[in-house]
Design a binder for this molecule. Structure first.
Ligand SMILES: Nc1nc2c(ncn2[C@@H]2O[C@H](COP(=O)(O)OP(=O)(O)OP(=O)(O)O)[C@@H](O)[C@H]2O)c(=O)[nH]1
Length: 341
């Protein structure tokens, strides 16, 4: 199936149908929902496109109770999306060019050293014989010229190495930047759902004794959009994101969870997380947001917050669901409040 990293789907219809016939029963046995992600993964598995993917897929979904959409998504990202990121293609091309340039420079340098060695050997042979001084002078002159040539070659080689290492550094910076961008919400400039998923997984493995979660939703946001327009809605999201962004610290991770919903992971006791939730609620309710065109203040913005504390042993999903229940109750009980679930 070509090289190890790239999976492609270029079969003709009968072969493709055959693969699908093989993939579907495997998915049915494991009760895997027939989403495009899952089809792609199981199709690639029966295609035997990537043994490592097959191994991970079978380990992740061994039976009918093991399905977890996040695992599917992670595998899909790893084996399909990452390979096709333009950034990564550019990076691969650049690295290939650098390696080719360096190989060329190394081979030129080796040839230079080889020639120089041959000249030295020739000179020693000449000096071992009885030779006249003219011949010696000519030989020393030749050696001097070749020494200079070799020095030049070495300088070219060193500057090529330096250029290559500069380019690799630049590449590393660009890749780190694109990795960072993939975890940032472009509208609010705070971490996005992907950043949140990673942060919560990390928080729960690192210290699950004192992790709390706040899910926060702007009240009547649809009405705000309908009354003042979508761009004003976007601005409110940016302002709320800005208020939350300022709280980011070693103990507090904030993210735009989706739409008009935000999440705050607090590595602290429930009491401290509750105080923080109240602080956020009051700070947002006190905002004076003006319309840019008329400078009129739009009505108060409030948020409802669901708060919960992690219970050791439970999954991240259950933890999040409980915070969501708190949020639901906060909306039910009249909004603009914090409910601990
Ligand atoms: N402007 C803007 N609106 C968004 C964005 N993402 C989601 N929305 C809107 O957010 C609104 C969410 O509305 P609902 O889920 O009905 O809830 P709500 O109006 O906030 O009411 P409650 O949550 O019940 O208080 C929808 O109208 C979405 O279109 C966004 O990025 N920008």
């Amino acid at each position: 199936m070509g090289n190890d990293d790239i999976i492609d789907f270029r079969e003709d219809l009968p072969t493709a149908s055959n693969y699908l016939r093989m993939a579907v029963p495997l998915m049915v046995q494991r009760r895997i929902p027939p989403t495009p992600y899952n089809y792609a993964l199981w199709y690639a598995h029966v295609q035997n496109a990537h043994p490592e993917l097959s191994r991970k897929l079978l380990a992740a979904f061994p039976d009918e109770d093991s399905y977890d959409p996040r695992k599917s998504e992670a595998l899909f990202l790893e084996y399909f999306v990452k390979h096709y990121l333009p950034q990564s293609t550019q990076a691969q091309e650049l690295i290939a060019t650098l390696v080719a340039q360096l190989a060329q420079a190394v081979s030129r340098n080796l040839q230079g050293v080889h020639n120089y060695g041959a000249s030295l050997r020739g000179a020693i042979e000449v000096f071992e014989q009885d030779v006249d001084p003219h011949q010696i002078r000519a030989m020393v002159g030749k050696l001097l010229t070749e020494t200079r040539d070799l020095e030049e070659l070495n300088q070219v080689f060193a500057s090529k190495l330096k250029a290559a290492s500069d380019q690799v550094e630049q590449l590393k910076r660009e890749l780190a930047e694109s990795e960072r961008r993939a975890r940032i919400d472009p509208l609010t400039k705070i971490p996005n759902r992907r950043g949140f998923d990673e942060a919560i997984a990390q928080a729960l493995t690192a210290d699950n004794e004192t992790t709390c979660l706040l899910l926060l939703d702007i009240d009547y946001f649809k009405k705000l959009n309908d009354t003042y327009g979508h761009p004003m809605g976007d601005r409110v999201l940016q302002i709320v994101g800005g208020v939350l962004g300022k709280l980011q610290s070693d103990r507090i991770f904030i993210a735009r969870y989706g739409g008009e919903e935000f999440a705050v992971i607090v590595n602290d006791e429930l009491e401290a997380a509750h105080a923080l939730a109240e602080q956020i609620r009051c700070q947002i309710a006190a905002l004076q947001i003006k319309r840019k065109s008329t400078h009129d203040t739009i009505g108060t913005i409030t948020v409802s917050i669901g708060l919960t504390r992690f219970r050791p042993g439970e999954s991240a999903e259950t933890f999040i669901e409980r915070a969501d229940t708190g949020l639901y109750l906060a909306k039910q009980e009249g909004r603009n409040r914090v409910i601990i679930a």
